[in-house]
Design a protein around this ligand. Structure first.
Ligand SMILES: [Zn+2]
Ligand SMILES: [Zn+2]
Length: 49
């Protein structure tokens, strides 16, 4: 199963999915973005590590 990374927009099989601490919307982060510690920004404006 592949999902689109919420940060870089790539389709990936290696991802972590977790709810936004602020609004609860699911955020998908691919392995690449996890390794490079890319920040994610949710639609609600929440920024996470
Ligand atoms: Zn990514
Ligand atoms: Zn959010």
């Amino acid at each position: 199963m592949t999902k689109r990374c919420s940060i870089c927009g790539k389709l990936t099989k290696d991802f972590a999915e977790f709810p936004c601490p602020e609004c609860g919307k699911p955020i998908v982060r691919c392995d690449q973005c996890r390794k490079t510690r890319n920040k994610y920004v949710c639609e609600c404006g929440f920024e996470g590590p």
